[in-house]
Write a new protein. Structure first.
Lengths: 275, 275
């Protein structure tokens, strides 16, 4: 397997940022198969040395040095990994700290574990409230308090409303309700009564009927609900309804949850606090 | 406001990775106030030029150049921003592509929009299934199919079970159920019957009683439920129960959702697929 390489994500915190940046780089080399291993919470010298030992054992075993994406606020720890790990070490953190120090004419605190945990109590509660709100207002489960929603996603069953609204709440702290558009609404040729007063908060999701069929088929194989005919009908009716009501729309077919959520926040101008 | 600076996150995709890495760097300069602005989906030259114009207008208006975290797969676009933006441009992508090309002895595809959207259909369904499963098994709402859970979080009301399990599903594609421990369970001195058969999948969340009081107080001000006495009692009983049953435990008090989720996945050895 000449194209198989092992990749480590080493972090003094969760490693999630290193994974995300690392993966967006690795995907550019699609003829390779990468074995990924995350080593989080490396926040002491003994742990640094354990991580180095693991990397070096892998290098020895595979006869080829691994790639290490390293995200460490402590510069001594980062330097030690760069020096002692038998690897291509890409340091996501230290490389940008120096230019920032020069630009800001200030010393960085080089403190680990700051980027998530230290959110203010106010931010924490706001984020929790968004998650609880979104959870309670999934799939039209609750119509009380819809006025408090920052956005209300509408669309046919299985077009991506639930994951998108949960992602908006978790990543961006946005109170995102979602509400299904059903055959009843199409027969009435109007929006569900509960969301009608909040038209300016509505955002539509739509999807390719073939793709919808695939998704529904996973859930209820062989059902009328999942049939291509029915999917075509529902999508067409939902799109007509949203067009008539001038509800903005995004096609979710070939988009990830991250992309759908970002597209909607971008188009609506909803603020993007980051945690 | 000498310590106020504007920061842009410019990306050919969602900008989420740039925001996360950028924020973990900016938090190291805590005497500064950063105004953040994300410009996502910059995937054509006209959009690149619009972004540059916005950055330069900000520089002119503030009399101080902004900081730009730039994540662009297209090297021509990235170079254009570095050259023409009146800013400190930190390029998260290009800086690592060259060493990776040398190490792998391969050319990168320099293709934008790959890191989330292109997940295989199998991965997509697995992630969706995890989200639906987690959503359906929140707060003990459903006990059917608990055998399919990869992990079941237990703990007192408001200790962080819901956001943690949702994050596990969304970020890591893990089917995470959660189940409350209530005064009834403490009176019985045993685990809830529905989770008993799955003891090896249980992971406990605990929390400082003062912090729990604060969180519950936000929800039901002045209630017995939120009182410090009751919080102390519930936390103590829950911890005793989990210790007796040898359920591993993590204290969520000063941890972010990301940290709680990562800690649990790390300690249980659950695989971490990345999307």
């Amino acid at each position: 397997m000449p194209n198989r390489r092992t990749v480590f994500f080493v972090s003094d915190r969760t490693g999630i940022t290193a994974e995300m940046l690392g993966n967006s780089l690795l995907v550019q080399f699609d003829e390779f198969q990468f074995q990924r291993r995350t080593i989080p919470f490396i926040d002491s010298m003994p742990k640094v040395d354990e991580a180095i030992a693991e990397i070096n054992a892998t290098a020895a075993q595979e006869g080829r040095r691994p790639i290490v994406f390293c995200s460490m606020a402590d510069e001594v720890a980062a330097e030690r990994i760069r020096q002692r790990a038998d690897a291509l070490t890409l340091d996501l953190f230290q490389i940008f700290i120096t230019p920032l120090e020069v630009e800001l004419d200030a010393r960085s605190s080089h403190a680990a574990g700051r980027s998530h945990g230290m959110a203010s109590s106010h931010e924490y509660f706001a984020r929790m409230e968004a998650i609880n709100f979104t959870q309670a207002h999934d799939d039209g489960a609750q119509t009380r308090d819809l006025a408090k929603a920052q956005i209300i996603l509408v669309g046919v069953s299985r077009c991506g409303k639930t994951p998108t609204s949960l992602y908006m709440a978790l990543q961006f702290g946005v109170r995102a309700a979602n509400f299904p558009l059903t055959p009843d609404d199409f027969a009435d040729r109007r929006l569900p009564g509960s969301v009608m007063p909040f038209r300016e908060k509505l955002f539509g999701l739509t999807i390719n009927p073939e793709r919808l069929r695939e998704i529904r088929e996973e859930r209820r194989p062989g059902s009328r609900y999942a049939s291509l005919d029915n999917c075509r009908h529902e999508v067409r009716e939902a799109e007509h309804l949203m067009e008539r009501e001038r509800i903005p729309m995004v096609d979710t077919t070939s988009k990830s949850i991250e992309e759908i959520a970002t597209t909607i926040l971008h188009r609506t101008g909803l603020r993007r606090p980051v945690y």
